[in-house]
Design a protein around this ligand. Structure first.
Ligand code: RFL
Ligand code: PHB
Length: 392
């Protein structure tokens, strides 16, 4: 049995857990990261692509600005298409801000390198991690790492272990409320070594379903198409995927689309979810562990970073100034921003996707919404302001 004493035990070595560990490390606050998967798997998981300015600033403040500023693509707008009609949202003109295309794989790589060589212990491939005595001074995490059992005695636990983690489950049922919408569709995502469809992102609404043309760099594209919730990857050959995508994006773009073998193909179910509050006793939850947004608004990773920003401030004022006030306020401050992003992500999803058993009324409302968006710069500004990220 190995025993560890630390300030903060961080469950989960995804972007939330790694960023929290890094921000605490810079202030001399110790942490141990407990990750269920091999770290290699975490580093290779293909997910988010769009970073808000706030997220890039946070990376810079964490001393990790060089690569994202050098290799990330700065985007000042994106397109929404509705059948063959299209609208460019000029986010820079509307908000004075931009977003950065930089894959979650790269974010995770930068964060991992900044903590792993710097005295932060990362226990990966951990099995059977369990939280004990959450509501007391004797809080601890036990589990197995390799062939050995471990016991961690921290002052606090940060639950950064994603939607399926154990930290949210550790809050007693009568001490939390959970709010949820499950959508009847998922996103089938493909990564391919092809030239992106355009130099900016295209969110395409079509009567057969939604598609997204995104990218990682000039020769690496990321595409998504809406698929039924129960579909499996085996049902989607590369040919079927490309045919569906080409049908659902405007013909001018489809005609010039470069296709190729998929390097990665996966299906993500779409869900909106919030747990309230985000804390209980010595436990504080951040990122996907506490909330999920459908990826349409590109908010998940960005929200995880704003949570971690608030939480890091709470821990830092506790350990530096013996002041618990910011920790007490953490849940309310984070939830305020989370609910606004939940609203935006739900709205973008409703605008762009097709739902089962819809009637003509729903479709006409959606078309009216698109036309209104085309005609009203004020409405476009509301969209752009949310897309680039609300301040924190
Ligand atoms: P993660 O990334 O799920 O990491 C949680 C980690 O916890 C580990 N874990 C455990 N560890 C120890 N003990 C246990 N019992 C554990 N149970 C789980 C897991 O193995 C994992 O390593 O959560 P985190 O760190 O909060 O980060 C959240 C983001 O990953 C997520 O919000 C984004 O990927 C969402 N997202 C997007 N966000 C954006 O901001 N912009 C985007 O463009 C964007 N696109 C996307 C996305 C998510 C997608 N999918 C696949 C859901 C596109 C897609 C398709
Ligand atoms: C991505 O590139 O993976 C991506 C981009 C925008 C989104 C979601 C995902 O809204």
């Amino acid at each position: 049995m190995t025993k560890y004493q630390t300030d903060v035990a961080i469950l989960g070595g995804g972007p939330s857990g790694l960023m929290l560990s890094r921000l605490l490390l810079l202030e001399g606050i110790r942490s141990v990261i407990i990750e269920r998967q091999p770290m290699q798997h975490v580093l290779e998981r293909i997910r988010a692509g769009v970073l808000e300015e706030g997220s890039v600033n946070l990376m810079q403040n964490a001393g990790l600005g060089d690569r994202v500023l050098r290799e990330g693509q700065r985007h000042s707008g994106f397109r929404i298409t509705y059948g063959d009609d299209e609208l460019r949202i000029d986010i820079e003109k509307l908000t004075g801000k931009h977003v950065t295309i930089y894959g979650q794989t790269e974010v995770t790589k930068d964060l991992f390198a900044s903590v792993s060589g710097n005295g932060i212990r990362i226990l990966d491939s951990v099995t059977d991690a369990k939280i004990h005595n959450l509501d007391s001074d004797q809080v601890k995490i036990i589990g197995s790492h390799g062939n050995e059992d471990f016991e961690i005695h921290p002052k606090f636990i940060a639950g950064c272990d994603g939607f399926k983690g154990i930290s949210r489950q550790a809050i007693p049922a009568d001490k939390k409320n959970e709010y949820e919408r499950v959508y009847p569709f998922g996103w089938l995502g493909v990564l391919s070594e092809t030239k992106p469809a355009d130099h900016e992102l295209i969110y395409a609404s079509h009567e057969d379903g939604f598609s997204l043309c995104s990218m990682r760099n000039e020769c690496l594209s990321r595409y998504y198409v809406q698929c039924p919730a129960g579909d499996s990857v085996e049902q989607w050959s590369d040919d079927r995927f490309w045919d569906t995508l080409k049908r659902q994006i405007p013909s001018t773009i489809a005609n010039n689309l470069e296709t190729g073998p998929s390097l990665e193909k996966s299906i993500a179910p779409l869900r909106s979810f919030v747990c309230e509050p985000l804390s209980f006793g010595r436990l504080f939850i951040a990122g996907d562990a506490g909330h999920i947004v459908p990826p349409t608004g590109a908010k998940g990773l960005n929200l995880a970073f704003s949570d971690v920003y608030y939480l890091s401030k709470g821990f830092i004022t506790f350990f530096k100034d013996k002041n618990e006030q910011l920790l007490k306020e953490y849940s309310d401050r984070a939830l305020d921003r989370i609910w606004k992003s939940e609203r935006f992500s739900w709205w973008m999803t409703s605008l762009l996707h097709r739902f089962d058993n819809e009637d003509g009324f729903a479709e006409r409302l959606r078309r009216a919404e698109f036309k209104y968006l085309c005609q009203s710069e004020d409405y476009q500004r509301v969209l752009a302001t949310n897309y680039v990220g609300l301040p924190y």
